[in-house]
Design a protein around this ligand. Structure first.
Ligand code: HEC
Ligand code: HEC
Length: 495
């Protein structure tokens, strides 16, 4: 195999470029500025044909939520050409066909990147992630229906762990090299000779090193006894402890469902996160954006803007018919059984219910302690970010149930597939089911939860007997008569 297909003498060429740059010091500065630092403002919807923009990206704030940079290019940006060719060069390491969609990422037709990814030029085009990678739901009302994407809904199809594993496998593969990747990059991108050199000798090796460093930081995901995240979840508080604070693995399991974050005005003054670790929405936004690599001096202003969008954004309506008479019958059942925790004015509304009282799996709750809150608060102060302090609360939060139909599977660990199961005695709930299918099942009110098939090739098996995956507790309403139970479920569809 010819190492340098076109016969270029690379070392000589680089030598020349370096020599020229040394002679032309100023020009060298300009060159470096253009190739590495020059920031180009994102054009919202810039990847869409101008005449389709009005249809595809009418809402600026939503466009920004889905695809807008959080300013992490410098820290965490992946060069776009590399991002683009990875699923092609390493097709055999992907979980299925269809490019990045194989990780369950919602992908809008006509868009260059899946929802949750931003492309911005800082020297060269770089891809980073947005809130929407974990906060954008996708559903289909039947196998033949077009997918509907709901930004701010839970990304219950997205398998973040499989995505990280893919990157690691690719970086460990001998094909992650100039020989393995440059031909594909050059087939897709019109790079100048100097850019080719930079990709070959600088960007590819640095990106590989970064991916491997990241994989080492995430090694705890695979520790024995810690169930995989699967689609729709990550380990948010262990991420904070191990990746941000650098603490040693303490063996805890904190698998947590991606929550919905729409209708945020409802949450002002409430306890946030599944177990009330943060008691103010803006503080959660700021910490989340910092986690995505947003620069400390920009993060607060950006998140105040994001808050406007999240307050205005409403959950989508239930997409099937609702039996209004039956739903009306469910309202008093709700008042009697549920309102004390889930409705305005209820004693526990928006607050934590002691973990022993709600009785759901407590591992996610136990994974976070006061000392972790203190260390995180100290870190925020150190980087000059002022936000409401994190705490250790007493249990899981009784949240508003707006848009609850689209928030399946249920509970903090997503261990209960649908409302029918949640309103059945815990010992009769499915011990094993499959998550990550985007086809809705209006019967039990949740997503299809059977094994993988043609319609849902990536359905992922959850075993509720594993640590942290327990489906017990929250037995409210489970002793209702059949009629009341059906009426209550019908009523919940109106939320
Ligand atoms: C990598 C995935 C991921 C990304 C990216 C992400 N989040 Fe989240 N988010 C989560 C998870 C998981 C939780 C639940 C954490 C827990 O266990 O309490 C959460 C919780 C939240 C909550 C609390 C919801 C509630 O009901 O208490 C808010 C608000 C939120 N995120 C906003 C954001 C914003 C704004 C961004 C972008 C700046 C963002 N998130 C980015 C995964 C993510
Ligand atoms: C004593 C307070 C309390 C009562 C009463 C209560 N809940 Fe809950 N509910 C909670 C708590 C706390 C959680 C979170 C538990 C967890 O995630 O582990 C929760 C979670 C839920 C969830 C899952 C939310 C999600 O996003 O996954 C649903 C659905 C729900 N409750 C419905 C109901 C219904 C319906 C009733 C009445 C039959 C009811 N609850 C009664 C406290 C309560």
């Amino acid at each position: 195999m010819a190492r340098h297909g076109n016969g270029t003498n690379w070392p000589l060429l680089i030598g020349r470029i370096v020599a020229v740059l040394m002679v032309l010091g100023i020009a060298g500065g300009v060159y470096a500025y253009y190739t590495v630092f020059r920031e180009v403002a994102q054009v919202p919807c810039g990847d869409v044909e101008p005449d389709r923009r009005a249809d595809l990206c009418a809402d600026d704030a939503e466009e920004r939520f889905k695809y807008g940079s959080v300013g992490a290019e410098w820290e965490l940006g992946v060069p776009y050409p590399i991002f683009h060719v990875l699923p092609r060069v390493f097709a055999d390491l992907m979980p299925g066909p269809g490019g990045y969609a194989a990780f369950g990422l919602p992908w809008e037709e006509g868009r260059e990147l899946p929802v949750g990814f931003s492309k911005k030029t800082v020297g060269f085009p770089r891809v980073t992630q947005t809130c929407a990678i974990c906060h954008a739901a996708q559903y289909r009302t039947s196998p033949d229906a077009a997918p509907v994407i709901v930004p701010t809904g839970p990304s219950h199809t997205t398998n973040a762990m499989a995505f990280l594993d893919f990157l690691e496998a690719a970086a460990n593969d001998p094909r992650w090299s100039a020989e393995g990747m440059m031909p594909e990059i050059q087939r897709n991108f019109d790079l100048r000779l100097d850019e080719q050199l930079i990709y070959r000798f600088v960007i590819l090796p640095i990106a590989k090193k970064r991916v491997l460093e990241q994989a080492a930081d995430f090694a705890w995901m695979h520790a024995e006894g810690r169930p995989a995240w699967g689609p729709g979840r990550d380990g948010p508080f262990n991420l904070t402890k191990f990746n941000l604070l650098g603490l040693p693995d303490d063996g805890t399991v904190d698998n947590a469902d991606f929550p919905s974050i729409w209708n945020a005005g409802l949450r002002e003054g409430q306890s946030m996160n599944w177990a009330g670790e943060t008691q103010d929405p803006l503080a959660v936004y700021i910490d989340s954006a910092l986690g995505l690599g947003s620069p400390p001096d920009e993060v607060t202003d950006y998140m105040i803007e994001t808050r406007e969008y999240l307050r205005a954004k409403q959950p989508p309506e239930y997409p099937y018919a609702i039996d209004a008479a039956l739903a009306a019958q469910g309202e008093p059942v709700w008042q009697a059984e549920c309102a004390s925790c889930h409705a305005e004015g209820g004693a526990y509304y928006g607050r934590s219910v002691p973990v022993g009282e709600v009785g759901t799996d407590r591992m996610r709750f136990d994974a976070w302690q006061q000392e972790h809150a203190d260390a995180t608060n100290a870190r925020a102060a150190e980087i000059g970010v002022s936000r409401k302090d994190m705490v250790k609360d007493v249990g899981y939060v009784a949240q508003p149930l707006d848009g609850i139909w689209l928030r399946a599977p249920y509970l903090h660990n997503g261990s209960v597939p649908n409302l029918e199961a949640l309103l059945s005695p815990p010992e009769t709930r499915p011990e094993v089911f499959w998550r990550g299918c985007d086809i809705y099942d209006p019967g039990p009110v949740g997503f299809r939860s059977g094994p993988a098939d043609e319609d849902c090739p990536r359905a992922w098996r959850i075993d509720t007997s594993l640590p942290g995956e327990g489906n017990g507790g929250h037995d409210y309403g489970t002793d209702l008569g059949e009629e009341d139970r059906l009426a209550l479920i019908e009523y919940l569809k109106t939320f």
